[in-house]
Write a protein that binds this ligand. Structure first.
Ligand code: ADP
Length: 474
């Protein structure tokens, strides 16, 4: 079986800004437990990572990383958690900041990360057969693995979790960041800029993305964020593997973060709703349908559609809770709207895992009308907590939510096709009608209870991808 090194910029439970962290935190365990792959994970050691984890880390080794004119120190710490070995790369300049992204030199920080990962391969006893890198922050590691071949026969897999974020910098930094001959520029450059995501796509042996629909969509200019020419060129090497979720972690029957544990009991779910209403200051009424949104407040998540119809939908006898942080435009809008509907809408502008779990548990509906969605984990978590997802049919949302059909009794949620606010409103109204029809609501509930998105199948797909690579090239 293969040795695989995951390279990523975030990972639960250590540091998280979105779904990438969930995947990096749970897929390695599934690969190890179900497929016997020895997966280890390498990450930056941000100051953001809590003391509780740092205290358990062990110093492993340190070395100089030379890139461009720089000489930067990298120290490697290890931590064994849930049967997976994590390597953390510490550096006193790049990773000792508040938060994890959002700095003017983010590009340089993750170019350093890429160099440090490749250098680390010659210092670790663990010799991966496959370097599996995730998103733009790990793109340079893929490029350098191909160019410098730090381990003989090393193969690379590059996974796109979100093509929108590419790590783009002026090309004038090429000589500044790389001790490479100029003819390597072509593989790292896109539209006259240094592009970390493109670097990964160009150099990887295999490319994956996180749902079959998104794999298809990104070869289309509407979704490709400008990268469709390279994706079309590499289309024979692109595979869509649907993400799963950690069903032990997201399990309402044992989740310590929710007040009343339940498996599928609507009555206990209602108890969670009542406690939630009390906590957020909404009128207490277990019968009232409660909708929620838990997300980064960015355009991708379809919030312009919500914005266009929220006033109209709030004419109905419903409650809505929005949890998120992000663009000021949306933060301000949702805060102001909540002020106008104190009995119906609550906006919580914070990142709060406990609150998120209480919302997944207490809500009846989870609204996610994304403009695009590589996979989406939030709708899977909501299904796990028996909360009905309402989504737009794009990417992974299309692959995981089937719209309820009152005539056939099929479907585990509600969905609409076009990026159109009134289509969202129509589907919200349909969800409300279904909620008030006990027979239909019970049928939908049964379908939701049957929806399962564990890592088992996806782990098998990744394992056979690794096998194929080893057999083909070693
Ligand atoms: P993305 O990766 O694009 O942000 P996903 O749906 O794949 O979207 O994953 C989002 C993850 O982040 C989910 O686990 C969701 O519950 C969590 N999340 C998003 N916003 C918040 C928030 N404000 N507080 C707590 N958890 C959040």
């Amino acid at each position: 079986m293969e040795n695989v090194l995951f390279v990523a910029s975030e990972c639960t439970p250590f540091v998280k800004t979105g779904g990438l962290a969930d995947v990096i935190g749970s897929l390695p365990q599934a690969l190890k437990a179900n497929e016997g792959v020895d997966v280890r994970v390498i990450l930056p050691l941000y100051d953001e990572i809590a003391e509780k984890w740092r205290d358990q880390m062990e110093y492993h080794t340190s070395f100089e990383v030379e890139f461009g004119w720089r000489n930067q120190e990298a120290r490697i710490y290890t931590l064994n958690y849930n049967n997976i070995l994590y390597y953390f790369i510490a550096n006193d300049y790049y990773f000792t900041r508040k938060g994890i992204y959002g700095y003017y030199d983010d590009g340089e920080r993750f170019v350093f990360f890429g160099h440090a990962v490749i250098e680390a391969l010659t210092h670790l006893e663990f010799k991966p057969h496959i370097l599996h890198a995730h998103d733009w922050q790990a793109g340079i590691a893929v490029a350098l693995a191909k160019i410098s071949q730090p381990i003989e026969g090393l193969k690379t897999v590059f996974t796109i979790h979100n093509i929108k974020y590419q790590g783009i910098m002026p090309l004038t930094t090429f000589a500044d960041f790389f001790n490479l001959p100029e003819d390597h520029i072509a593989g790292l450059e896109w539209n006259g800029m240094l592009n970390c995501l493109k670097s990964g796509l160009f150099h990887a042996d295999k490319i994956t993305t996180v749902s079959p629909s998104y794999a298809e969509e990104i070869t289309n200019p509407y979704f490709s964020e400008g990268l469709h020419p390279i994706l079309l060129e590499r289309s024979n090497d692109i595979v869509g593997v649907l993400n799963g979720i950690d069903t032990k972690e997201y399990n309402p029957s044992i989740d310590p973060l929710i007040p009343v544990n339940y498996r599928s009991s609507r009555a206990k779910k209602r108890d969670n709703k009542i406690l939630l209403q009390e906590k957020v200051g909404l009128p207490i009424d277990g019968k009232k349908p409660l909708y929620t949104i838990i997300t980064r407040l960015v355009e991708q998540k379809g919030l312009h559609l919500v914005q266009a119809i929220l006033d109209e939908f709030l004419l109905e006898d419903v409650q809505f809770v929005i949890l998120g942080t992000g663009d000021q435009e949306f933060e301000r809008y949702f805060a102001e709207t909540a002020d106008r509907y104190p009995d119906k809408l609550v906006t919580l502008l914070t990142f709060d895992e406990g609150m998120a779990r209480q919302l997944y548990a207490g809500a009846d509906f989870f609204v996610m009308p994304s403009k695009f969605e590589p996979c989406g984990l939030a709708q899977l978590i909501s299904l796990q907590y028996k909360t009905v997802p309402i989504v737009r049919e794009t990417g992974g949302l299309k692959d995981t939510v089937i719209s309820f059909n009152e005539f056939t009794g099929e479907g585990n949620g509600f969905s609409f096709t076009n990026y159109n606010a009134h289509d969202l409103l129509a589907v919200l109204h349909y969800s409300l009608t279904t909620y008030h029809n006990p027979t239909q609501w019970a049928t939908l509930g049964k379908n939701v209870n049957k929806s399962q998105f564990s890592w088992k199948d996806s782990a098998r797909d990744y394992a056979s991808l690794y096998d194929g690579l080893s057999m083909k090239y070693v």
